[in-house]
Design a protein around this ligand. Structure first.
Ligand code: TMP
Length: 210
């Protein structure tokens, strides 16, 4: 896709992705980028409606495959309505989560077949992928404790077992190892400014190579 840049932030619960996505957006705006800050599940009206189904209610409300289908349906709507038009117009799109979350949460977390999930992504979105993915890594227990303090109604995933969160952390690390050109692992077990500096260093290096 011509023109813009697509940056994604990934990782488990409580890693500070939303804060870091906002700080990255501010920093790139200050450098002259026209930035769209968005998120998954969500980022378009239809996808936000699907988000409510996914993040609220009991942990066992959906089985793993239903979750994967709902996340992927939301993703396609997000791409069609928000991401592809913006990237096509030369903008810098920063998304708080994208398809690596489906591989990590529904694949590694719920144990769905990873090749099948990758094929589902291919059917839904073709070969489109982020230019750079920042994986905010921290121990599952530390992230869950932080997410718990945050509170709110979006607790469905936080209610799942620690072992689920440990598996998906491992999943993100394996994704990063498999795709070192696209993915950078950022140690998120630090204060906000330290993590932001690590993200800016990775993004600045990436932009310098373009
Ligand atoms: P958030 O809390 O980062 O906004 O994300 C909402 C939840 O959705 C989070 O617990 C991770 C989960 N999720 C998946 O399980 N699969 C996906 O494909 C995406 C995008 C998110």
């Amino acid at each position: 896709m011509a023109g813009g840049i697509f940056i994604t932030l990934e990782g488990g619960e409580g890693g500070g992705k939303s804060t870091q996505a906002r700080k990255l957006a501010e920093a790139l705006t200050a450098r002259g980028h026209e930035v769209i800050l968005t998120r998954e599940p969500g980022g378009a009206p239809g996808a936000e409606a699907i988000r409510k189904l996914l993040v609220e209610g009991a942990g066992n409300r959906w089985d793993g495959l239903t979750e994967a289908l709902l996340h992927t349906a939301a993703r396609r709507d997000h791409l069609v309505k928000t991401v592809w038009p913006a990237v096509g117009a030369g903008k810098t799109v920063i998304s708080d989560r994208f398809f690596d979350s489906t591989i990590a949460y529904q694949g590694y977390g719920h144990g769905l077949d990873i090749a099948a999930l990758r094929e589902l992504q291919r059917v839904a979105i073709g070969d489109f992928k982020p230019d750079i993915t920042l994986i905010l890594d921290l121990p599952a227990r530390v992230g869950l404790a932080r997410a718990h303090v945050r509170g709110g109604t979006e607790t469905r995933y936080e209610s799942m077992a620690v072992a689920f969160h440990e598996r998906l952390r491992q999943g993100f690390l394996e994704i990063a190892a498999d795709e070192p050109k696209r993915c950078r692992v950022i140690d998120a077990d630090h204060d906000i400014d330290t993590v932001h500096a690590a993200i800016m260093s990775a993004v600045t290096t990436f932009l310098g190579k373009r």
